[in-house]
Design a protein around this ligand. Structure first.
Ligand code: UDP
Ligand code: GLC
Length: 399
């Protein structure tokens, strides 16, 4: 996605962005926009080669990869094998981060693993560390030990914890994080890639998947993972004959068993022929515009949910799960619909209403679009991000 840079921006800080992930999850796509805006003064440090580094470099961002050991990369935040087990590898990464951070005003850690390593680097003498917390710190996503480790390090070593929603901030404080560290910066996106899609491009996508222009098509745009709830959407569609699903995305973090189950569910007689899989794609605006409705079906509270704002920017009615940051993005029956998590019956009813009433669908889409443009623009994100960093290091010093 190309980003237009504001020309009248204040001097950018010199930031060493650090992320452990090599794939394109929402946290990495959000960092991509920040790194592009800061590419003249900043650099991204990654723990592994992969599509994320390639996308950054293609966008003119300076990237350095310091490959971490498999022991570190394979530790899951939720696993009992905590970050402590990977401590030697973390220590090595921290030393590398400290070396690489010379000449930067601050370190921006975009993932939990990156933050833990950066916090140790700070202790070794690296510049101030800002943790961009993009996850709701709950027991379902983080083991108790990993939660305590990250929050303790944040309280001791982070100059600031930027959170992507109030829900994320509240979870940090509930886990013991100091409230005064928390600084809210919502994600923001450019409407331009959505506004510039010609209608024949969405028509071409419908032809590609073999769905005609009149067929209601509900799109899901998340990585394939149990907590993203694609199974809830399929369950809802069972009793909505004539409604098709477009499933965009793939498993990014080892959820292949879930994909197998999902595909088996889609083959069941009630659904066969109505579920279209296109894998991971980079043409999200065109795909969303090919859909009649965008569904967000996370079974757990979503920290932010870029796909919700993207669905609004695509001018499509969005049905999202009523939990976490999603509640801050959608006002029910005004800028989209909110339904209880894990409730296929409620989701089915909401989809049925939208399919039956084009006027309702049009109204929610219109209001959602204006809401997303006014509240979650790229310019607002960059202004707020700059203000957040300026609380840590004065822009005058950074300039
Ligand atoms: N996405 C993508 N290609 C795909 C599926 C998803 O580029 O095939 C993008 C999607 O458009 C969104 C991001 O991945 O920008 C997912 O971010 P979100 O915040 O919704 O969820 P996360 O995966 O970060 O939890
Ligand atoms: C994380 C969250 C997602 C959020 C994204 C960008 O991946 O799961 O909800 O939108 O970060 O902040």
């Amino acid at each position: 996605m190309t980003v237009s840079l504001a020309t009248d921006h204040p001097p950018r800080h010199r930031v060493l962005f650090v992320d452990h992930a090599a794939v394109l999850g929402g946290a990495e796509l959000s960092l991509l926009d920040l790194a592009i805006a800061y590419r003249d003064t900043s650099q991204v440090l990654l723990f592994d080669h992969g599509p994320f580094g390639d996308r950054l470099e293609a966008a003119g961002v300076k990237v350095k990869v310091i490959p971490a050991s498999r022991a570190l990369l394979s530790v899951r935040a939720s696993s009992k094998l905590s970050a402590l087990a990977a401590f030697p590898a973390l220590w090595t990464m921290a030393q590398q981060i400290r070396q690489q951070s010379q000449g930067f005003d601050l370190i921006h850690a975009n993932s939990q693993k990156a933050f833990v390593a950066a916090a140790i680097a700070r202790w070794m003498g690296a510049p101030p560390v800002v943790w961009h917390l993009r996850d709701i710190i709950t027991a379902s996503h983080f083991s108790g030990l990993n939660r305590r480790l990250a929050v303790t390090l944040a309280n001791a070593q982070a100059s600031q914890v930027i959170v992507n929603s109030n829900a994320t901030g509240a979870s940090f404080v509930e886990a013991g994080g100091k409230p005064e560290l928390v600084h809210l910066v919502y994600n923001g996106m450019s409407a331009q890639p959505f506004d510039s899609i010609p209608s024949d491009q969405s028509q071409a996508i419908r032809s590609e998947i073999g769905v005609d222009a009149e067929t209601p098509l509900v799109g899901s745009f998340s990585r394939l993972s149990y907590w993203k709830g694609q199974h809830v959407l399929l369950d809802a569609l069972r009793e909505l004959p004539g409604v098709h699903a477009l499933i965009v995305g793939k498993a990014l973090f080892g959820e292949e068993d879930y994909v197998t189950q999902l595909k088996a569910l889609a083959e069941s007689p009630e659904l066969a022929g109505r579920v279209h899989w296109v894998g991971f794609r980079s043409d999200i605006p065109a795909l969303m515009k090919a859909c009649s409705i965008v569904a967000h079906t996370s079974t757990e509270p979503e920290p932010f949910g870029r796909v919700i704002v993207e669905g609004q920017l695509a001018h499509r009615p969005v049905v999202a799960t009523n939990a976490g940051g999603a509640k801050e993005l959608v006002e029910d029956s005004v800028t989209g619909r909110l339904v209880a998590p894990n409730d296929a019956i409620a989701l089915r009813a909401a989809l049925k209403d939208l399919v039956a009433s084009p006027d309702l669908a049009q109204r929610l889409a219109e209001q959602g679009y204006h809401h997303a443009c006014s509240q979650f623009s790229l310019d607002t994100l960059l202004t707020q991000f700059h203000a957040a960093l300026s609380e840590v290091v004065s822009p005058a010093i950074a300039a």
